[in-house]
Design a protein around this ligand. Structure first.
Ligand code: SF4
Length: 231
């Protein structure tokens, strides 16, 4: 039986992989259950495409694209991901991985293998809110990935948080800012305002925010900058 881990492919983007012309491969399935997730079909559903189909697509795009973004869902839960990355890199593409950080052992092995060229790590919430925001009590796993990335300088990475103010407030973002300072983070921290899409249901059927995060109430970070999106 053919395994279908791929939900869809976005054939072209210049926005998702810094300095790259890339495509996006969306893996189905996720090890989190964020109430505000706009992709319940992708998270809970089965894949619709095979790795072989993606490889055939990438073969045709050689010379036109130079990067592949692996996202989901959570791409790192796909058991065949190491082989897939090895094959895609052998075709000359660079790899960006979007991850929620719950699989530090996989991220660590990918770093050792030189599999990744860029990583976007979601810092979903501080420990006290982590289960409310993600549906899983696994902050410690995320924290291991964060330490792993902050303790290396071979692969560029970014951190980002989506804020829905029914789940998180200014104190929570201030906690994250302080935590990133402690880790010596030097990149850009992206804080994204949750935008409701009324045409798409959310995983937790969460209502829209009653207010927007007060970004003027946040501390100024030392050693890195914040980029606010959709505020
Ligand atoms: S928003 Fe949460 S549940 Fe949805 S894909 Fe991302 S990590 Fe998974």
């Amino acid at each position: 039986m053919t395994i279908l881990p791929i939900y869809s492919v976005t054939p072209f983007t210049m926005l998702d992989f810094p300095d790259h012309t890339a495509c996006i491969v969306w893996f189905s399935g996720c090890n989190m259950r964020c109430p505000y997730c706009h992709n319940p079909a992708l998270v809970m559903g089965k894949g619709r495409g095979s790795v072989d189909q993606v490889m055939a697509f990438l073969e045709k795009r050689k010379g036109l694209l130079d990067g592949v973004v692996l996202t989901g869902g959570e791409a790192s839960i796909y058991p065949g991901l190491p082989d897939f990355i090895r094959d895609v890199k052998a075709m000359g593409y660079e790899i960006k991985l979007d991850t929620n950080g719950l699989r530090p052992e996989i991220i660590g092995s990918f770093l050792e293998e030189g599999f990744l060229d860029y990583i976007a790590l979601d810092y979903k919430a501080p420990p006290a809110k982590f289960e409310d925001v993600t549906g899983v009590d696994k902050y410690e796993d995320f924290a291991k990935t964060l330490s792993l990335l902050c303790g290396q300088d071979k692969v560029e990475f970014e951190l980002r948080t989506t804020v829905h103010t029914s789940l998180m407030d200014e104190d929570d973002i201030a906690f994250i800012i302080k935590d990133l300072e402690k880790h010596g983070y030097k990149g850009t921290y992206y804080v994204q305002n949750y935008i409701a899409d009324n045409d798409r249901p959310t995983l937790g059927m969460i209502e829209d925010q009653k207010r927007i995060l007060d970004i003027d109430a946040l501390p100024t970070p030392k050693g890195f900058k914040i980029d606010f999106r959709n505020f």
